[in-house]
Design a protein around this ligand. Structure first.
Ligand code: HEM
Length: 491
């Protein structure tokens, strides 16, 4: 229990009304929080307008509070934008309670470590489709789109048994369109203003300056399609007897005899719609980080390729059976997750009751932000943290150390339930790409390397901004026919 006589954790002095709003970098708040850490430590109190928040800058404190006291830190803050834009149904925003527990149960059935194994053949197939897409795009003009398709097609298959079309898939377009609207509409500064002045959310849509209300109405209709349309696809296939296994069909069957079936059906709809949006952006952003780092670190690719060729040869592609024999590839995956957690501040938690930690008072209902980016740059754990170095996970005897670098998947009872699926999607794509391609810098007209400074997008999910590169097959004469043969001989 908290003790109100104790001080709040330390932090920068807030200005009247605005609090620390102006002191926080809008493009990368995680960097500001890390810088503050040098003065105030790993637990910082900050205020934006009326909203107080505690930032955790280290794995140690995150573990102590969000894991060991998970019962008290598994709630979510209620932001005014969430209701306004019609996204309060998403698991990520549900308060700590029965509906959220039911969602977690549904994910556990479909995506636990054991259940996730069933998707591996599909994930390998999708990884190989990605190879064909990359072969046809040697300058990586549509790199982001290929990676997006790969991630979207895996999650649509696992959740809805839906086979996406390689381009312009109608269901993917609905879901992507809805998520884009939500991201534009619910930027942190909008959220902070609407939370501080909730009366604004009740302005009529026609009111001057209330364009966000019109936007919100539009957004709600997109969101409704995002929830209903893929779900209808499964129901239709179940009625026709053609539905393959998926999170939705298996959950519907499991609960069909329950008295309160309607409640389960709603939870299945809402959790499955959350899964798509939570899975696709994070997974493809991580693959983009991987490719960027391969372009910038050719020696890492070469070492990985030597490892793959010594274990797999060149007549087939790697599969999950090879995974334990490929420690360096594993280290690359870990280093990709460590180097740039694509959700740098995770999703905020909230405290259920007030609490005391190391002599500081944490009020009930405080927003708690885990700064994954600061954890990735912890010099006491990661020497030269700004270097991309898979070697940091390799022991002197060539095996892997115990650090799986999974802090980017979050904490305690709210930890990402899709992490095992994500891990397999990432590994199968990374190992396939390393086996077949070399990623290098693009060349200018004189044949010189085109150097560039990597940039990162702002927002809750951050990823590399488009960068120039070349994607070259390692085997001479590799064309789509030969690659298709290699893929066939690997099935
Ligand atoms: C590289 C890929 C991924 C990353 C980096 C990632 C990261 C995260 C993070 C940081 C959280 C918040 C955890 C917390 O509150 O402490 C989260 C939550 C969540 N993730 Fe993931 N995720 C990934 C892939 C996936 C996949 C593939 C799925 C679904 C199959 C998924 C479904 C979810 C859901 C439903 C939540 C909300 C959990 C809750 O509020 O209880 N994620 N993820």
């Amino acid at each position: 229990q908290g003790n109100t006589d104790l001080p709040l954790p330390p932090g920068p002095t807030p200005l009247p009304i605005l609090g620390n709003l102006l002191a926080i970098r809008r493009d990368a708040p995680w960097k500001t929080y890390k810088e503050w850490g040098a003065t105030y430590g790993d637990l910082i109190y900050t205020r934006t307008l009326r909203q107080g928040a505690i930032v955790i800058n280290s794995e140690k404190v995150a573990r102590a509070l969000l894991e060991h006291r998970s019962y008290n830190y598994s709630d979510r803050p209620r932001f005014a934008t969430i209701e306004l834009f019609g996204i309060a149904f998403r698991t990520v925003f549900l308060p700590y309670g029965d509906t959220w527990r039911l969602h977690r149960r549904l994910y556990h059935q479909a995506f636990s470590a054991d259940a996730a194994v069933q998707y591996r053949p599909m994930q390998l197939r999708k990884g190989r489709q990605l190879l064909l897409d990359l072969l046809g795009d040697p300058e990586g003009n549509d790199l982001e789109a290929h990676l997006q398709n790969h991630s979207a097609s895996i999650i649509m298959s696992a959740v809805y048994d839906y086979d996406t079309q390689p381009r312009d898939d109608p269901l993917v377009a609905i879901v992507k369109g809805a998520m884009k609207m939500v991201i534009v509409a619910s930027t942190p500064d909008k959220a902070a203003i609407l939370d501080a002045y909730p009366i604004l959310t009740r302005l009529p849509p026609w009111f001057p300056g209330a364009s966000f209300r019109r936007h919100a109405l539009n957004c709600r209709s997109y969101i409704s399609d995002m929830v209903e349309k893929p779900f209808e696809h499964v129901k239709k296939n179940m009625a026709a007897g053609t539905a393959g296994p998926s999170m939705v069909s298996e959950s519907l069957r499991k609960f069909e005899a329950e008295d309160d079936y309607g409640l389960y059906e709603q939870a299945i709809k809402n959790s499955s719609a959350t899964a798509f949006s939570a899975a696709s952006e994070t997974t493809y952003s991580t693959l983009l980080v991987f490719i960027l780092q391969m372009v910038l670190n050719p020696h890492v690719q070469e070492r990985a390729n030597v490892e793959i060729e010594s274990i797999v040869g060149t007549d087939r592609l790697p599969d999950f059976g090879d995974r334990p024999s490929l420690p360096y590839v594993e280290a690359i995956l870990r280093e990709t997750l460590r180097f740039y957690p694509v959700s740098p501040l995770g999703i905020p938690h909230a405290s259920v009751n007030s609490d005391t930690y190391e002599g500081y008072h944490i009020p009930k209902g405080t927003v708690i932000i885990a700064n994954h980016w600061a954890m990735s740059r912890d010099e006491s754990k990661y020497k030269n943290p700004c270097d991309f170095s898979p070697e940091r996970f390799i022991t002197t005897t060539g095996g892997l150390n115990d650090d799986t670098a999974t802090f980017g998947f979050g904490w305690g009872r709210r930890i990402c339930p899709g992490r095992f699926v994500a891990d397999a999607s990432l590994w199968s794509a990374i190992v396939s790409m390393l086996a077949v391609f070399k990623f290098t810098k693009a060349k200018d007209s004189q044949g010189r390397d085109l150097d560039f400074e990597p940039k990162w997008t702002a927002g809750a999910a951050s990823r590399p901004v488009k960068f120039p590169c070349r994607i070259t097959p390692r085997q001479a004469g590799m064309d789509s026919k030969k690659l298709a043969q290699l893929i066939d001989s690997s099935m």
